[in-house]
Ligand binder design. Sequence first.
Ligand code: ADP
Ligand code: MG
Length: 220
Amino acid sequence: MTALVAHELYRFFHIGEDETFALRGVSLCLAPGEFVALMGPSGSGKSTLLSCLTGLDEPDGGHVLVDGMRLTRRSEAARARIRVTNFGILLQSGNLFRHLSVEQNVRFQLCLAGKTDDARVHQLIEMVGLSHRAHAFATQLSGGETARAGLAVALAVNPPILVADEPTAEVDADTESRLIDHFDTRRRAGLTTLLATHSAALARKADRIIRLHDGRVEDE
Ligand code: ADP
Ligand code: MG
Protein backbone atom coordinates (compact mmCIF):
# COMPACT_ATOMS: atom_id res chain seq x y z
CA MET A 1 0.00 0.00 0.00
CA THR A 2 1.34 3.46 -0.89
CA ALA A 3 -0.20 6.84 -0.28
CA LEU A 4 1.88 8.72 -2.82
CA VAL A 5 4.20 7.62 -5.61
CA ALA A 6 6.30 9.78 -7.90
CA HIS A 7 8.01 8.05 -10.81
CA GLU A 8 10.86 9.78 -12.63
CA LEU A 9 9.56 13.34 -12.45
CA TYR A 10 11.12 15.92 -14.74
CA ARG A 11 10.33 19.63 -14.76
CA PHE A 12 12.09 22.24 -16.89
CA PHE A 13 11.55 25.97 -16.96
CA HIS A 14 12.48 28.26 -19.83
CA ILE A 15 12.96 31.98 -19.50
CA GLY A 16 14.24 33.42 -22.76
CA GLU A 17 17.39 31.51 -23.67
CA ASP A 18 17.80 30.19 -20.12
CA GLU A 19 16.75 26.69 -19.22
CA THR A 20 16.42 25.56 -15.59
CA PHE A 21 16.32 21.86 -14.83
CA ALA A 22 14.25 22.00 -11.65
CA LEU A 23 13.55 18.25 -11.41
CA ARG A 24 15.72 15.65 -13.13
CA GLY A 25 14.13 12.27 -12.59
CA VAL A 26 12.80 12.36 -9.04
CA SER A 27 11.18 9.18 -7.75
CA LEU A 28 9.76 8.62 -4.30
CA CYS A 29 7.22 6.54 -2.47
CA LEU A 30 5.36 7.48 0.71
CA ALA A 31 3.54 4.90 2.82
CA PRO A 32 0.36 5.66 4.76
CA GLY A 33 1.29 7.09 8.16
CA GLU A 34 4.80 8.00 7.08
CA PHE A 35 6.22 11.36 8.16
CA VAL A 36 8.90 12.45 5.70
CA ALA A 37 11.06 15.56 5.66
CA LEU A 38 12.13 16.92 2.27
CA MET A 39 15.38 18.81 2.62
CA GLY A 40 17.84 20.48 0.31
CA PRO A 41 19.39 23.86 -0.38
CA SER A 42 17.36 26.74 -1.74
CA GLY A 43 16.76 26.19 -5.47
CA SER A 44 17.17 22.40 -5.24
CA GLY A 45 13.60 21.82 -6.47
CA LYS A 46 11.61 21.25 -3.27
CA SER A 47 8.72 23.59 -4.07
CA THR A 48 8.57 22.44 -7.69
CA LEU A 49 8.38 18.83 -6.50
CA LEU A 50 5.59 19.57 -4.02
CA SER A 51 3.59 21.35 -6.75
CA CYS A 52 3.95 18.37 -9.08
CA LEU A 53 3.06 15.88 -6.33
CA THR A 54 -0.18 17.70 -5.55
CA GLY A 55 -1.18 18.34 -9.16
CA LEU A 56 -0.85 22.11 -8.83
CA ASP A 57 1.80 21.86 -11.56
CA GLU A 58 2.20 19.30 -14.32
CA PRO A 59 5.63 17.67 -14.67
CA ASP A 60 7.22 17.56 -18.14
CA GLY A 61 7.91 13.86 -17.65
CA GLY A 62 7.09 11.08 -15.24
CA HIS A 63 3.91 10.41 -13.33
CA VAL A 64 2.34 10.72 -9.87
CA LEU A 65 -0.01 8.22 -8.26
CA VAL A 66 -2.18 9.20 -5.31
CA ASP A 67 -3.67 6.29 -3.41
CA GLY A 68 -3.14 4.23 -6.57
CA MET A 69 -4.82 6.77 -8.85
CA ARG A 70 -2.92 8.62 -11.57
CA LEU A 71 -2.85 12.38 -10.94
CA THR A 72 -0.66 13.51 -13.84
CA ARG A 73 -1.90 14.21 -17.39
CA ARG A 74 -5.48 14.71 -16.33
CA SER A 75 -7.72 17.74 -16.74
CA GLU A 76 -7.47 20.56 -14.24
CA ALA A 77 -10.90 19.60 -12.88
CA ALA A 78 -9.97 15.94 -12.45
CA ARG A 79 -6.77 16.93 -10.66
CA ALA A 80 -8.70 19.28 -8.40
CA ARG A 81 -11.09 16.47 -7.46
CA ILE A 82 -8.23 14.14 -6.53
CA ARG A 83 -6.51 16.99 -4.69
CA VAL A 84 -9.47 17.96 -2.54
CA THR A 85 -10.11 14.45 -1.24
CA ASN A 86 -6.48 13.50 -0.64
CA PHE A 87 -4.39 16.55 0.21
CA GLY A 88 -4.00 19.30 2.72
CA ILE A 89 -1.60 21.78 1.17
CA LEU A 90 0.44 24.59 2.64
CA LEU A 91 2.34 26.62 0.06
CA GLN A 92 4.95 29.24 0.84
CA SER A 93 2.32 31.94 0.24
CA GLY A 94 -1.23 32.44 -0.99
CA ASN A 95 -2.88 30.00 1.40
CA LEU A 96 -5.51 32.37 2.78
CA PHE A 97 -8.42 34.35 1.38
CA ARG A 98 -7.43 37.91 2.09
CA HIS A 99 -10.93 39.22 2.73
CA LEU A 100 -11.70 36.55 5.34
CA SER A 101 -10.57 36.40 8.96
CA VAL A 102 -8.40 33.56 10.27
CA GLU A 103 -11.47 31.90 11.74
CA GLN A 104 -13.46 32.32 8.54
CA ASN A 105 -10.64 30.89 6.46
CA VAL A 106 -10.53 27.74 8.58
CA ARG A 107 -14.32 27.45 8.70
CA PHE A 108 -14.51 27.84 4.92
CA GLN A 109 -12.06 24.98 4.39
CA LEU A 110 -14.22 22.71 6.56
CA CYS A 111 -17.27 23.93 4.71
CA LEU A 112 -15.72 22.89 1.35
CA ALA A 113 -15.49 19.37 2.79
CA GLY A 114 -19.16 19.57 3.81
CA LYS A 115 -18.44 20.04 7.50
CA THR A 116 -19.45 22.58 10.12
CA ASP A 117 -17.62 22.14 13.38
CA ASP A 118 -16.95 25.25 15.46
CA ALA A 119 -15.11 23.30 18.15
CA ARG A 120 -12.69 22.01 15.50
CA VAL A 121 -12.18 25.55 14.13
CA HIS A 122 -11.18 26.80 17.58
CA GLN A 123 -9.04 23.76 18.33
CA LEU A 124 -7.07 24.26 15.09
CA ILE A 125 -6.56 27.96 15.74
CA GLU A 126 -5.39 27.23 19.26
CA MET A 127 -2.98 24.55 18.06
CA VAL A 128 -1.22 27.03 15.78
CA GLY A 129 -1.18 29.61 18.60
CA LEU A 130 -3.49 32.16 16.97
CA SER A 131 -6.45 32.31 19.34
CA HIS A 132 -5.77 36.00 19.99
CA ARG A 133 -5.79 36.70 16.21
CA ALA A 134 -8.82 34.59 15.26
CA HIS A 135 -10.77 37.63 14.06
CA ALA A 136 -7.94 39.35 12.23
CA PHE A 137 -8.09 39.46 8.45
CA ALA A 138 -5.41 37.67 6.49
CA THR A 139 -4.03 41.04 5.36
CA GLN A 140 -3.48 42.10 8.99
CA LEU A 141 -1.24 39.18 9.94
CA SER A 142 2.53 39.11 10.28
CA GLY A 143 4.57 36.63 8.22
CA GLY A 144 4.65 34.07 11.02
CA GLU A 145 0.94 34.46 11.78
CA THR A 146 0.11 34.05 8.09
CA ALA A 147 2.09 30.80 7.97
CA ARG A 148 0.36 29.49 11.10
CA ALA A 149 -3.11 30.39 9.83
CA GLY A 150 -2.28 28.63 6.55
CA LEU A 151 -1.37 25.52 8.51
CA ALA A 152 -4.66 25.57 10.39
CA VAL A 153 -6.40 25.66 6.99
CA ALA A 154 -4.24 22.88 5.54
CA LEU A 155 -4.88 20.65 8.58
CA ALA A 156 -8.58 21.45 8.87
CA VAL A 157 -10.00 18.23 7.47
CA ASN A 158 -7.29 15.85 8.73
CA PRO A 159 -6.19 15.27 5.13
CA PRO A 160 -4.87 11.78 4.22
CA ILE A 161 -1.72 13.49 2.90
CA LEU A 162 -0.40 16.77 4.26
CA VAL A 163 2.07 18.49 1.95
CA ALA A 164 3.62 21.59 3.47
CA ASP A 165 6.31 23.87 2.11
CA GLU A 166 8.48 25.10 4.99
CA PRO A 167 5.62 25.12 7.53
CA THR A 168 7.75 26.25 10.45
CA ALA A 169 9.97 28.74 8.65
CA GLU A 170 8.49 31.64 10.59
CA VAL A 171 7.04 30.08 13.73
CA ASP A 172 8.37 30.25 17.29
CA ALA A 173 9.79 27.22 19.13
CA ASP A 174 6.57 26.62 21.16
CA THR A 175 4.41 26.47 18.07
CA GLU A 176 6.94 24.26 16.33
CA SER A 177 6.85 21.76 19.18
CA ARG A 178 3.02 21.77 19.19
CA LEU A 179 3.10 21.11 15.46
CA ILE A 180 5.58 18.27 15.91
CA ASP A 181 3.12 16.73 18.40
CA HIS A 182 0.38 17.10 15.84
CA PHE A 183 2.48 15.42 13.15
CA ASP A 184 3.00 12.52 15.60
CA THR A 185 -0.76 12.26 16.05
CA ARG A 186 -1.16 12.16 12.28
CA ARG A 187 1.39 9.35 12.04
CA ARG A 188 -0.48 7.29 14.64
CA ALA A 189 -3.72 7.85 12.74
CA GLY A 190 -2.12 6.50 9.55
CA LEU A 191 -2.08 9.91 7.88
CA THR A 192 0.89 10.80 5.68
CA THR A 193 2.93 13.97 6.11
CA LEU A 194 5.49 15.41 3.71
CA LEU A 195 7.25 18.59 4.76
CA ALA A 196 9.82 20.62 2.90
CA THR A 197 11.87 22.06 5.72
CA HIS A 198 15.18 23.54 6.78
CA SER A 199 14.38 22.79 10.43
CA ALA A 200 16.73 20.24 11.99
CA ALA A 201 14.30 19.83 14.93
CA LEU A 202 11.50 18.89 12.57
CA ALA A 203 13.68 16.62 10.43
CA ARG A 204 14.84 14.71 13.53
CA LYS A 205 11.22 13.77 14.21
CA ALA A 206 10.63 12.46 10.70
CA ASP A 207 10.65 8.75 9.85
CA ARG A 208 12.82 9.51 6.88
CA ILE A 209 14.59 12.39 5.19
CA ILE A 210 14.60 12.78 1.41
CA ARG A 211 17.36 15.12 0.27
CA LEU A 212 17.19 16.99 -3.00
CA HIS A 213 20.17 18.47 -4.73
CA ASP A 214 20.00 20.12 -8.13
CA GLY A 215 16.68 18.46 -8.89
CA ARG A 216 17.83 14.96 -7.97
CA VAL A 217 17.27 12.79 -4.88
CA GLU A 218 20.45 12.17 -2.93
CA ASP A 219 20.94 8.98 -0.92
CA GLU A 220 18.30 8.65 1.76
P1 ADP B 1 13.39 25.21 -3.67
O1 ADP B 1 11.96 25.16 -3.26
O2 ADP B 1 14.17 23.99 -3.27
O3 ADP B 1 14.06 26.46 -3.20
P2 ADP B 1 12.31 25.58 -6.34
O4 ADP B 1 11.53 24.35 -6.65
O5 ADP B 1 11.54 26.78 -5.93
O6 ADP B 1 13.45 25.23 -5.27
O7 ADP B 1 13.17 25.96 -7.61
C1 ADP B 1 14.00 25.04 -8.30
C2 ADP B 1 14.60 25.75 -9.49
O8 ADP B 1 13.59 26.01 -10.46
C3 ADP B 1 15.22 27.09 -9.15
O9 ADP B 1 16.35 27.27 -9.96
C4 ADP B 1 14.12 28.08 -9.52
O10 ADP B 1 14.67 29.33 -9.86
C5 ADP B 1 13.47 27.39 -10.72
N1 ADP B 1 12.04 27.72 -10.85
C6 ADP B 1 11.05 27.35 -9.99
N2 ADP B 1 9.84 27.76 -10.42
C7 ADP B 1 10.07 28.41 -11.59
C8 ADP B 1 9.22 29.08 -12.54
N3 ADP B 1 7.89 29.13 -12.37
N4 ADP B 1 9.81 29.65 -13.62
C9 ADP B 1 11.15 29.57 -13.80
N5 ADP B 1 12.00 28.96 -12.96
C10 ADP B 1 11.48 28.38 -11.87
MG1 MG C 1 10.86 26.44 -2.04
